[in-house]
Design a protein around this ligand. Sequence first.
Ligand code: GLN
Length: 518
Amino acid sequence: MKPQFSEKIIVIDYGGQYNQLVARRVRECGVYCEIESYRTPLDVIRSGKPKGIILTGGPDSVYKEGAAGAPEELFGMGIPVLGLCYGAQLMMHVLGGRVERAPEREYGKTQVVIDMPHSPLYEGLPASMTCWMSHNDYISRPAPGFEITAHTGNCPAASLACVEKKLYAVQYHPEVLHTEYGKEILSNFVYRVCGCSGTWRMDDFAEAQIQSIREKVGNGKVLCALSGGVDSSVAAVLLSKAAGKNLTCVFVDHGLLRKGEGDLVESVFGPEGPYDLNFIRVNAQDRFYIRLAGETDPERKRKIIGEEFIRVFEEVACRIGSVDYLVQGTIYPDVVESGLGGESAVIKSHHNVGGLPEHVNFKEILEPLRDLFKDEVRKVGLHLGIPEELVMRQPFPGPGLGIRIIGDITAQKVKMVQDADAIFREEMKKAGLDRTANQFFAALTNVRSVGVMGDERTYDYAVALRSVDTVDFMTAEVTEIPYTVLKTAMTRIVNEVEHVNRVFYDITSKPPGTIEYE
Ligand code: GLN
């Protein structure tokens, strides 16, 4: 079902923390790119016919016993190779250079001086630039045939090249945004060195994908669980273009959505919306509240919500009758993080609502977004004409407000957090902060305290407001919201939301905090 991409780069993953970024940056340059583990046999890499190969950073030291390696042949296939950090050290090590523990480790932004401005990697770039360094080892002797193309104060060989063999090694991390011209360097590699022409475009991808799904699915029946999140929405629209009325979308409203969200989803995917599909909305709020009653443990809550979601979905699916394909909104980071591509450990079990229903018979799972990063999914969504409001929305956990209510969940608490959240959003928008803050919301703490309102004693709940600025959601800083905005939000929340008498603003960064509370 995967459309054929005429050119691709393969990123070989040595376990570095930025491995996904490398692939993302290459794709941002307009070239398709896949991540493979360094354990993948060379034949498999070669048969992928990559236009170029990039070796990532990694925690090992090349000179240590059992360190992640590479066959010498990798560098002799005539395919251009770029090694980054560990990848650079490995290239030198394998080809006869020397790598050892550096007298001084380099970490953070570092000035790199270019010694060979005409090296293809540096074409069009200034003679000196800020780069991101993160290494303990260094290349103390280049492999034969390599020239040093840049250095830093501590690092005599910050980059090397063997232009004739199209082999390049850089000690810094071009994939990280702190590296000033990182994107240009990667772009020089894929265009000038590998000779790519830049065929990876999201509108082409969408059209090719629709075509190939149409051929595959034919007249089969397709079923999709719609959460209203970005991934499942985009997957649903892709499928609707390919399968039309053979697609049924089941939207389970678990009663833990943000205020007005269920109706938004219905307005887009329901009979009034622009898409030609069968839409079934199940209002299952009560079922979820009953199952969740009295449960305070976050993991248990997540589990109950996930399980109940599948039960409801299955019941509806059984009524529909036979199904041939089941659609999942899996995206590339899910694939990589669950250990299926690349070298990373399993980082999280998916906090998306779902999993696989056991009691629905289907032939096959369709995952039309499996190769895409989030920003690419969004581009596909916009290309397909899905409203920006849906496509650009902030991350929202699968268990929804269920994990933004600390402690047990009741219908009344859901209403409180929904109302407080809607007010906070409105005020953030009025202040123009919705365009800069990356994720913000209200949560309901289980703190109750004494207050006074209209001369009467109250004993009510505290709402926590949270807003973070982040690029990748892996780390985050608190948004510096002006006091006036916070005060307006506070006043409105205590006035308009019943049973709330205090408002906190959470100033914790991630780490040590997480963005969500449970
Ligand atoms: N482990 C190697 C070093 O410390 C490479 C580090 C990296 O790839 N970031 O030098």
